[in-house]
Ligand binder design. Structure first.
Ligand code: PMP
Length: 354
């Protein structure tokens, strides 16, 4: 039986995407060869790369607006330093909303001065700081749109005079935003796109080339743009599955359609967390994430009973991150409303038994 997969990432992908991906492993496009044994310079793979790059821009509404989409290696963690390598000449601002922002800050400090414009560390990152002041003289401001571990999400983005950079690893393609307010967006594939391996970077070309340092080729966004995201051998499988997922999303009606479903899923679960006295939500209500719901049992002595119940219901991946504890239900694009319904049923069953 296929499990209800609430894992935080790597995570659930659409079943039909996995079906097509497994077929391509055996025979890609009827070539009599596997996707993973053909040259990345072959016509068939070049077409995959071209398609996924244009699909990404199309779904984000950024076609023809001076942006390039790249599918690189190294995960979002490499972008922590690539962003600074390419953009940080003097001073950058970072909003510290948790573990991943913290790691991005650490890397950026290797390249220049970093100002933490705001932080929610005082409350173990259970909220998004607001009303912070963005200094005028920044090379860029860096935000993390969705905090996978703590279950918070930025709902309103600041207006800035400097380039705006955003780590969207755990909520890319999940909700409608004016993506043109960002100058650089990056996201590891392994949540809403595909298997781990590739990282989507969407960058507005005119913010590049402003730093005076020499940038090694693999670290240089301009090099990757000039080579159509094929400077070296790409992570072909991850890129291919990302293409299938983005096609699946487009056929579904794009981000507008998935946002509606994501809101239904999140409303269902958050209502249960609010109404069921056995549970308490971790993140501040107004900042709660549509993707990762974090919650705790009000009475920890029920842990064993609850854990047994959700596992018996075929649920996977509900344990919270060690820095928060409790539970985290990740409801990425491919997770169905039905799966959330199963979890909510288990939670209300616990209340009835309790
Ligand atoms: N940023 C965010 C918001 C994340 O959730 C993660 C991984 N869960 C990362 C960065 C790091 O990604 P990677 O493992 O691809 O380097």
């Amino acid at each position: 039986m296929k499990k209800h997969n609430f894992s935080a990432g790597p995570c659930i992908l659409p079943q039909e995407v996995m079906q097509k991906a497994s077929e391509a492993i055996l025979d890609f496009n009827g070539l009599g060869l596997s996707l993973i044994e053909i040259s990345h310079r072959s016509k068939d793979f070049v077409e995959v790369m071209d398609t996924v790059r244009s699909l990404a821009l199309e779904l984000l509404g950024l076609e023809g607006k001076g942006y390039e989409a790249l599918f690189l290696h190294g995960g979002a963690s490499l972008e922590f330093l690539m962003v600074a390598y390419n953009l940080l000449e003097n001073k950058a601002g970072y909003l510290n909303t948790g573990t991943w922002s913290d790691k991005a800050i650490k890397e950026a400090k290797l390249f220049g001065e970093v100002v933490e414009v705001g932080s929610s560390k005082d409350k173990n990152f259970n909220y998004i700081p607001k009303g912070y002041v963005v200094p005028k003289d920044l090379d860029y401001l860096h935000l993390t749109s969705n905090n996978t571990i703590f279950g918070t999400q930025i709902k309103e983005f600041p207006k800035t005079d400097c380039p705006l950079v955003c780590d969207m690893s755990s909520d890319i393609f999940s909700r409608q935003l004016d993506f043109s307010q960002f100058d650089l967006i990056y996201a590891g594939a392994q949540k809403n796109m595909g298997p781990a391996g590739t990282t989507l970077v969407v960058v507005k070309e005119d913010i590049l080339g402003r730093v005076s340092r020499q940038i090694p080729s693999m670290m240089d966004y301009k090099v990757h743009i000039a080579k159509d995201s094929m400077f070296n051998t790409p992570t072909v499988f991850s890129v291919y599955v990302s293409m299938l997922t983005l096609q699946w999303l487009k056929d579904l009606g794009g981000i507008a359609a998935i946002e509606e479903i994501n809101e239904k899923k999140a409303n269902l679960l958050y209502s249960e967390i609010e109404l069921n006295p056995l549970f308490t939500g971790f993140a501040k209500k107004e900042d709660r994430s549509l993707m990762n719901a974090t919650f705790n049992l009000a009475d920890e002595s029920l842990t064993e009973v609850f854990d047994t119940m959700w596992k018996e219901a075929g649920i996977n991946g509900l344990n919270g991150h060690r820095s928060v504890g409790g539970y985290r239900a990740s409801m990425y694009n491919a997770l169905s409303l039905e799966s959330v319904g199963i979890l909510v049923d288990v939670m209300s069953d616990l209340e009835r038994k309790g």
